[in-house]
Unconditional design. Structure first.
Length: 207
């Protein structure tokens, strides 16, 4: 781990499995069937399963498993960033929304770094463990506070829009615009790079 990683880990230690389970159970009680909240929780569970599959894969199978995990992480993040966080900010949770955006940027950079590593190497396994820890912490923050706050504070009209738009954005990423989009549109979007690693080096950051 880098010095920065160690500092972050010390400041924001991973919640215990019991705390995570309690937060998710409470979140499930708040979520309504098939609403934006339940869809997010379902996706969190899919992402956890993808991590388990990747960690249990043989080195030769890890690139495909990593691609599946990356698609889920990026599709989930893009849908949240386009729909959920703006809704959270509008409902009075601007600070929480800002923190969530920053965390997602960190997750994308970690994922892009892993995609450059030899899947059979120790650095790959180390960076994957760090990514999983960061994703776990991010999901806990959402399930424990941010999303319950949004469910309590946002109007039902805004939540209905969020449910529809979240599904649209996730579907747009995962299936190239959805089952009703033209075939050529789906093919074009599916062919687009999903992370910085697929496009080359990340853009330079101004000091």
């Amino acid at each position: 781990m880098t010095v920065i990683d160690n500092i972050i880990a010390a400041i924001t230690p991973l919640p215990s499995p019991e705390a995570r389970a309690d937060a998710r159970a409470a979140a499930r009680r708040i979520a309504r069937p098939d609403d934006w909240f339940s869809k997010i929780l379902d996706q969190h569970e899919r992402i956890e399963a993808a991590f388990a599959t990747l960690k249990g894969a043989e080195p030769g199978d890890r690139p495909a498993a990593l691609k599946e995990l990356g698609a889920l992480l990026n599709g989930h993040a893009m849908a949240e960033e386009a729909v959920i966080y703006p809704t959270l900010a509008a409902a009075g949770g601007l600070i929480s929304a800002d923190a969530a955006y920053i965390e997602q940027i960190g997750l994308k950079l970690r994922l892009a770094a892993i995609e450059r590593l030899d899947p059979a190497s120790d650095p790959f396994r180390e960076k994957l463990a760090q990514l999983e820890g960061a994703v776990t912490h991010h999901a806990f923050e959402e399930e424990n506070q941010r999303l319950p706050d949004l469910a309590r504070k946002a109007s039902m009209a805004d939540q209905e829009v969020a449910t529809r738009r979240f599904a649209e954005e996730f579907d747009r990423y995962m299936r190239g615009g959805g089952k009703d989009a033209p075939v050529e549109a789906r093919a074009t979007l599916d062919a687009e790079p999903r992370t910085f690693a697929a496009q080359g080096d990340p853009p330079p950051v101004s000091p």
